[in-house]
Design a protein around this ligand. Structure first.
Ligand code: TRP
Length: 497
């Protein structure tokens, strides 16, 4: 059977940017920069991009293109043993977990689009989010039943995701022409509005004024590497799947550079929109930025909406900018979400030879089912725990394993020769040094730091039992699911016997 192909190379680049650019750029990067030295953070961030993010991105794109298959089959061919498939299945099991909660965030966003019409949070955005929208219970152990509006949003999200990828890369190609430029345009609009508000410059000061002493803190470096990995969508098998639909002659290094830098530039712009707005909120309410939530769900669903309710010009202006913001989040997130599903589907279809469309439908239904726990009234707690653990452990360990397999077992020099042979941008020996030494060592250091942290004190003060289930338990389950899919018989095993 002939492999699917991207409509053009620029569509591939758009789709890859769409996957990388997501909530991580809008609500993770600005907060990280602020907390880790402001303007000084750009140094570790840039170092992390060059020593780990870009090398890994190029590596994954090269693997996908070379083996013309999703992550599991690609690693199996690379290692020439069935067991190597696991290095592809584990990330896919992990990304399944991620998409199940990423979809919930989009479900909240759908709800907020609706609430924007009446600026329903204007009497208090914090109570509105935790109390009315989430109806958050007092502990992760009290699920409190399903939250119906969130459930509706979740179903909508999955229908949307299904629709975007139902015909594989052909339909993805059509969608990303919209879902990549639209949020960027909306972000720029929000940024300009923010910068022209009173107080904006004080906000920008918080964002950018450098605190150089932070550069001596190893945790700041760890944060920079963590941000790069999460934001570029590497180590989840997605980039391997996406590049597996590229033709032989595609230029991997050039594409990788475009994708990586676009992603960082968009993060940087998002910082202006966010901190300009926070500066305005400080100016109009007198609450100091250091007392506000400047990252994560708290930023998007509490702090930012509060600022929208203060906008001058009357309710309609407020409604329009709120809609703009949530529409931006939605379009920002959707292509990251469906890229994950596409990565999983590609892995399954390549191994088992299943019908693509049916596989898409099945994975979407499974993702919806898997996300139900997050649609309960304790959903936010579980999301918080699961997110923390899979990003701290799975992501990092997968990175180390990939570097060992490619750098030491397969041979970094072989892969570099391969991707350089069809590229105008030749990567030097430094790329090999990164993949063999620098990237895996930096990952290892971060991992140890995280481990020490998590063992020293309970994350966010949750009871140990919940951290064992939602943290270590989920990590363990993804490892086991990876093994199960590895040992299952695929189409090649049956042909061979
Ligand atoms: N990069 C995405 C963002 O910035 C989130 C993300 C992390 C992701 N890992 C991924 C998206 C894997 C797709 C695939 O929000």
């Amino acid at each position: 059977m002939k492999r699917e192909r991207w409509g053009s190379k620029s569509i591939f680049i758009l789709a890859a940017i769409g996957s990388a650019v997501g909530l991580g750029n809008a609500w993770r990067f600005p907060g990280q920069a602020y907390a880790n030295g402001g303007g000084a953070f750009f140094i570790p961030y840039f170092v992390a991009l060059l020593t780990a993010g870009l090398p890994l991105l190029i590596m994954e794109l090269a693997i996908g293109k070379k083996y013309q298959s999703g992550a599991p089959t690609a690693f199996r061919k690379m290692g020439k043993k069935k067991g190597f498939e696991w290095i592809g299945w584990w990330p896919l099991a992990t990304s399944f977990v991620i998409v199940s909660y990423y979809a919930i965030i989009m479900a909240w966003t759908f709800n907020y689009l609706w609430h924007s019409l009446s600026m329903a949070w204007s009497s208090g955005s914090e109570d509105f989010f935790y109390g009315e929208v989430l109806q958050l219970t007092e502990s992760p152990g009290v699920l409190g039943g399903f939250n119906v509006p969130i459930l509706i949003g979740l179903v909508l999200t999955w229908i949307f995701v299904w629709y975007c990828i139902r015909n594989g890369v052909q339909s993805v190609g059509k969608i990303v022409k919209w879902t990549v430029p639209v949020p960027i345009a909306l972000l720029v609009i929000l940024g300009i509005r923010a910068l022209t508000l009173p107080g904006a410059m004080e906000g920008i000061n918080y964002y950018l004024s450098p605190n150089w002493s932070k550069l001596l803190d190893i945790n700041v470096w760890a944060a920079a590497y963590g941000q790069i990995f999460f934001s570029l969508s590497v180590l989840f098998g997605i980039m391997i799947a996406y590049s597996s639909f590229l033709p032989e002659d595609a230029d991997v290094p050039a594409n990788g550079i475009i994708i990586a830098f676009s992603n960082s530039i968009i993060s940087f712009i998002a910082g202006f929109a966010v901190f300009g707005t926070l500066g305005f909120l400080q100016h109009s309410t007198g609450i100091l930025i250091e007392d506000m939530t400047v990252a994560g769900p708290g930023l998007a669903f509490v702090t930012y909406p509060a600022a929208m309710a203060e906008l001058p010009g009357g309710i309609w202006v407020q409604v329009i900018f709120s809609l703009t913001f949530f529409l931006m989040l939605l379009t920002l997130g959707i292509d990251s979400a469906f890229s994950i599903v596409e990565g999983i589907v590609t892995g399954l279809v390549d191994k088992f030879g299943w019908n693509k469309r049916k596989t898409v439908t099945a994975v979407c239904i499974a993702g919806l089912a898997g996300g139900l726990i997050f649609a309960t009234n304790a959903g936010l707690y579980w999301l918080d725990i699961v997110d923390h653990w899979v990003n701290d452990y799975n992501l990092i360990i997968i990175g180390i394993v990939e570097c060992i397999v490619v750098g030491w077992i397969y041979g970094a020099n072989k892969l570099r020769d391969y991707f350089n042979s069809t590229s105008n941008v030749k990567f030097g020996k430094w790329w090999e040094i990164m993949i063999k030494y620098v990237t895996p060592l930096s990952l290892l250091v971060i991992n140890v730091l995280y481990l020490v942290d998590n063992l020293k004190e309970a994350y966010d003060g949750y009871d140990m039992q919940y951290l064992i289930i939602g943290g270590w338990g989920v990590v363990l389950v993804t490892i086991i699911v990876g093994f199960i899919f590895t040992v299952l018989k695929g189409k090649e095993d049956t042909q061979a016997s």
